[in-house]
Design a protein around this ligand. Structure first.
Ligand code: NAD
Ligand code: DAU
Length: 349
């Protein structure tokens, strides 16, 4: 089976490409990636000459390029990871989010329709459901109530997928996962940002009081779920993928502090003193809590998360410690500019 994976040079995409090459010896991967600030060839350096892997640089919103690629490669299935993925950036400027997350998906769906792919897997997010209070869970039937431009662009893509399934019979499946963490995540997201800053002795900027709740999923568990949905998921269906591991942001930051203190052999108080509460840059677009009802994927496909959060977090800290060169190599001046815009000049970076 030939997979067209888009956004394979990003965080989840690169973990998925590596997972598939290892776990599915019959599958070939063509990776289409624009190489934005979040996409790095270094994320797949170890497989770049793999006989079942091919990289193509390009934009999913470029209809000519996408058409040419489908004609040339004739993929059996599409797995679309490509997206602008950071909520804070979407609040600063929603334009690239609409271009990639909405227009790009429409371009891919058109090509999938024309070239009659066997499956189109759209990688979506729990953020499309909006925010929960202290109680309750979102099932796949929950209404879409996105609160940030990022979430709105992902919800729009999900609706386009539904429409292409209903109107043209494109064999679409959607996964909506909770917050992923693990190796190769760009250090703009909570966990890698806090790990990098803690290792460098920089401030740890917590939005508001750090009371928001996220459900953490180790990236390899998500990759396993995505591969299963690709193989066995029912066409036209949506599958939630959650870690079943709800934590307040401050709890996560404190766990990182404890692990980093242990690893670098410093008193935990020294690392904890780096925590700095800052005015919430997301304002009322900051969702309080996400939590998913994952009974559908559990009972239909037999999937459940396998990595315990403390173990996954420790292995992630270890990975960032061993790969500090990678972290610094993917950070450019653009990162510092973005950092100043979100965190202001009073937070060290
Ligand atoms: P990421 O930002 O790390 O990677 C995105 C990748 O897409 C990069 O390689 C980038 O170069 C590429 N890309 C961006 N625009 C492109 C375009 N126009 N054409 C081709 N490639 C383009 O993102 P991620 O965290 O790996 O997320 C991957 C997908 O999973 C996204 O669709 C995101 O919405 C979804 N998701 C992420 C999480 C999470 O916790 N990270 C959770 C749920 C869903
Ligand atoms: O839920 C799935 C989503 O998870 C994905 O769709 C998104 O692509 C992914 O970025 C992630 O979104 P979040 O906004 O939940 O993740 P982030 O790591 O940016 O933030 C997690 C929480 O931590 C959130 O409540 C904001 C807070 N935060 C984040 C950063 C970067 C801080 O307090 N300080 C920070 O510096």
């Amino acid at each position: 089976m030939k997979l067209l994976v888009t956004g394979g040079c990003g965080f989840i995409g690169s973990n998925f490409v590596r997972y598939v090459l290892k776990e599915r010896p019959e599958w070939e991967v063509v990776n289409l990636d624009k190489l934005t600030y979040a996409g790095n060839l270094a994320n797949l350096r170890d497989v770049e000459i793999h006989p079942r892997y091919k990289f193509v640089q390009g934009d999913i919103a470029d209809a000519g390029l996408v058409e040419e690629l489908f004609a040339q490669e004739q993929p059996d299935v599409v797995v679309n990871f490509a997206a602008e993925s950071h909520v804070d950036r979407s609040i600063l400027d929603s334009t690239p989010f609409i271009e990639t997350n909405v227009k790009g998906v429409q371009v891919l769906l058109e090509a999938a329709r024309k070239y009659r792919v066997e499956r189109f897997l759209q990688i979506s997010t729990d953020e499309v459901y909006g925010s929960l209070g202290e109680e309750g869970y979102f099932s796949e039937e929950a209404p879409l109530r996105p609160n940030s431009p990022y979430a709105a662009s992902k919800a729009a893509a999900d609706l386009l997928c539904r429409a292409y399934y209903k109107a043209y019979g494109v064999p679409v499946v959607i996964t909506r996962s909770s917050n992923n963490y693990g190796p190769y995540q760009f250090p703009e997201k909570l966990i890698p940002l806090m790990i990098r800053n803690a290792l460098l002795g920089k401030e740890l900027p917590v939005y508001g009081e750090g009371k928001q709740v996220r459900d953490w999923l180790f990236v390899e568990d998500n990759c396993r779920a995505i591969a299963l949905v690709l193989e066995k998921g029912r066409t036209g269906e949506i599958y939630n993928i959650g870690g079943g591991c709800e934590k307040r942001n401050l709890e996560v930051v404190h766990s990182i502090c404890r692990i980093v203190a242990d690893v670098v052999r410093k008193p935990v108080e020294v690392i904890l003193s780096l925590v700095k509460f800052i005015p919430d840059p997301r304002g009322s677009a900051h969702d309080f809590r996400y939590a998913l009802d994952c009974s559908k994927i559990k009972y239909e496909l037999g999937w459940q998360p396998s990595v315990d959060f403390e173990k996954g977090l420790r292995s992630t800290v270890d990975w960032y410690l061993r790969n500090q060169e990678w972290v610094e190599s993917i950070i450019t001046g653009e990162y510092y500019e973005f950092y100043r815009k979100v965190y202001g000049t009073s937070v060290s970076h």
